[in-house]
Design a protein. Structure first.
Length: 364
């Protein structure tokens, strides 16, 4: 397992976490064994915006003895009174549900208490007006909630709430479809979405990613907006290459899904390579580096993806980006202009020219 650190909280988080989705449909035995398999494979992070109430008891049974080693996202606004997922901003219901979740999970604290599923300014206003936000803040003040998060699909709303300064983790839907304006939750332009990712990186706010497969649509050529199916590993790598991302949360239904996810780390790079996206990239994305490293290996040893990422982050105001760049073994100034990366780039980026620009910016 690989881990990344949320700079705001200091938590060391597995780059693949658990999206609980429909684990509630599994038998208790299957669910508990799947969750333990994930834990044994190094997964230490889970989102609890699940489809059904049974998930919480499954987690309580699977992880009560290792609770201190797990990190949970709980959502203030998710409602399971009917046994299935619902959404509310009614304060009394939110309070009741939070206490019920804690009881089912066999825990007395919440690692990340989330402002849940806001996609419009009206949602944010209701969350504040009804006292739900204050309740979440009070729970943090009491030490029951350790950190505050936000889940949304909308860049503009994310930026609005991030401006409040209280958010330490953002749950956002990232996949090639949504980034290229394809799919139900494809909100905001590609540039707007990338600016949000870079803002999170610059401010140290970790992004936990929901819907990495666009609800499974990207995995099947018949439903993919690109007309071709991608693999799970291509989608996961795409997400992990985005600035700010600390963990991706694919949904699991049982042990086989967990085994497949853990296999990502043993898969050769060619199985993770998502350069195929370049064959159906929209015009607005042509010429923009997405840090995929399809151009590797560079004959002169440059990590072209990281060089581009640190340059873009520096431009977005990340004060640490220049330091990270200078610690690279090879810099943009080491580019010989051979054109290897220009010919290999599926997104038609003229990297040799960009290396000159980056070298001039950083002075090396």
């Amino acid at each position: 397992m690989e881990y990344r650190v949320n700079k705001k909280t200091g938590d060391k988080i597995s780059v693949i976490g658990l999206g609980t989705g429909y684990i509630c449909d599994a038998s208790e035995r299957e669910a508990v064994e799947a969750l333990r398999l994930a834990y044994e494979g190094g997964i230490n992070f889970a989102d609890l915006a699940t489809a059904g109430a049974k998930t919480f008891a499954y987690y309580g049974k699977a992880f009560s003895d290792v609770r201190r080693s797990m990190l949970y996202q709980l959502h203030f606004g998710a409602n399971y009174e009917t046994g299935e997922y619902g959404w509310t901003t009614e304060l009394d219901k939110v309070k009741g549900q939070v206490h019920w979740m804690l009881k089912e999970l066999k825990t007395d604290y919440i690692d990340y208490g989330f402002i849940h599923c806001l996609d419009g300014a009206g949602d944010w206003e209701a969350y504040q007006r009804n006292g739900v936000l204050q309740y979440l803040l009070d729970m943090k003040g009491q030490g029951v909630v350790r950190h505050i998060g936000l889940s949304t699909h909308t860049p503009a709303l994310a930026n609005l709430v991030l401006d409040s300064g209280i958010v330490e983790q953002l749950m956002f839907s990232i996949n090639p479809g949504y980034d290229y304006r394809q799919g139900e939750y494809a909100k905001g332009s590609m540039d707007e979405r990338m600016r949000l990712y870079r803002r999170c990186e610059a401010e140290g706010i970790g992004i936990s990613v929901m819907k990495p497969f666009s609800g499974g649509q990207l995995l099947d050529g018949k439903t993919s907006p690109f007309g071709k199916g991608l693999t799970r590993y291509q989608c996961i790598q795409y997400v992990l290459d985005k600035p700010g991302v600390v963990t991706v949360l694919p949904g699991i239904r049982g042990r086989e899904d967990v085994r497949q996810l853990l296999g990502f780390f043993e898969a050769p790079l060619k199985e993770r390579d998502y350069g195929i996206l370049g064959t159906f990239t929209p015009k607005e994305a042509v010429g923009a580096c997405v840090y995929c490293n399809h151009c590797q290996p560079c004959p002169f040893g440059l990590n072209v993806g990281l060089i581009n990422k640190y340059y873009d982050l520096a431009g977005a105001g990340d004060s640490m980006a220049a330091d990270h760049y200078r610690k690279l073994e090879k810099h943009a100034s080491d580019c010989a202009g051979c054109g290897h990366c220009d010919r290999r780039c599926p997104f038609h980026v003229e990297q040799s020219g960009r290396m000159k620009e980056i070298a001039a910016y950083f002075g090396v």
